[in-house]
Write a protein that binds this ligand. Structure first.
Ligand SMILES: Cc1cc2nc3c(=O)[nH]c(=O)nc-3n(C[C@H](O)[C@H](O)[C@H](O)COP(=O)(O)OP(=O)(O)OC[C@H]3O[C@@H](n4cnc5c(N)ncnc54)[C@H](O)[C@@H]3O)c2cc1C
Length: 235
């Protein structure tokens, strides 16, 4: 074995597996087994969803950083003390085995398919503004509500959803917020207490009035119905 490079098999081409593979590729007889043909920076995913060009930089073919190793785009389904078995029935012998299979995620197998998926997931206007494919802003609320209901427990919003009502007054006392809400002008005020308050009433003057009641100073807003264009600086 002396002089020969050790056979290292890494299962999983995520953050841990890919970084290790890149680091040891010239000092080992390396095989990287990953279900997909690319490495994706997981925390860049949200940005890539709204800015598909970002995916071009955060989804990287394994081959682009691994010039000196074997890449097997398959699932490892079994291991023995000396070999790894892939879904296609291929046996890969090893001296050292690293299991870096992280979290389970259902994603396309190739980089091109992944980038196409990002392209499909939104409607990008010519000036770069991004909208839901439905072209309806209520989709975003539906999405947030469905996610809140799905996660349940501490993150559930469903128990405090009050639709068709207007917040008439707001006060803060002892670290808590107290809101007075009513359905119509003639309805009696109902009270709602909360530890946190987010006013998201846009340019509606009622939102400004509530913020004033809570002690904020309001500076008159000015219209800004134009789009900002910035030049991205690649580092
Ligand atoms: C959307 C998102 C945002 C995140 N944001 C942050 C952040 O801001 N900061 C932070 O520190 N962490 C963040 N994380 C967590 C971070 O990405 C993980 O901790 C990290 O990816 C774990 O790395 P890993 O290599 O162990 O596993 P993973 O990155 O999950 O990689 C596992 C790899 O194994 C492959 N695989 C799985 N099973 C098999 C099999 N049987 N055969 C072959 N291949 C297999 C998978 O295809 C995958 O490529 C985020 C995660 C997500 C999903």
């Amino acid at each position: 074995m002396e002089g020969e490079k050790r056979r290292v098999v890494i299962i999983g081409g995520g953050v841990a597996g890919s970084l290790l593979a890149k680091s040891i590729q010239f000092n080992s007889n390396l095989t990287l087994i990953d279900e997909k043909e690319y490495f994706e920076i997981p925390w860049a995913r949200w940005r890539a969803m709204v800015d598909p060009s970002f995916g071009e930089r955060s989804v990287i073919n394994h081959r682009d950083y691994l010039s000196n190793g074997r890449i097997v785009a398959s699932s490892a389904i079994d291991i023995t003390e000396t070999e790894d078995l892939t879904a296609e029935g291929r046996l890969i012998p090893y001296d050292y085995l690293i299991i870096a299979i992280g979290h389970i995620d259902s994603v396309p197998k190739t980089r091109t398919e992944m980038l196409n998926q990002y392209q499909k997931e939104q409607n990008v206007e010519e000036d770069g503004r991004v909208f839901p494919v439905s072209n309806s802003s209520s989709t975003i609320i539906d999405c947030l509500m469905s996610e809140a209901n799905r996660t349940g427990g501490a993150y559930s919003l469903s128990s405090v959803v009050q639709t068709g009502k207007i917040v008439r007054m707001a006060s803060a006392n002892g670290g808590k917020f107290l809101l007075g809400i009513r359905k119509q002008t003639t309805s009696p005020l109902e009270y709602l207490e909360a530890e946190y308050l987010l006013i998201a009433s846009g340019n509606n003057s009622q939102g400004f009035s509530l913020a004033s009641q809570l002690g904020h100073s309001i500076i008159d807003s000015v219209p800004s119905l134009f789009t900002f264009k910035t030049v991205r600086i690649h580092s």
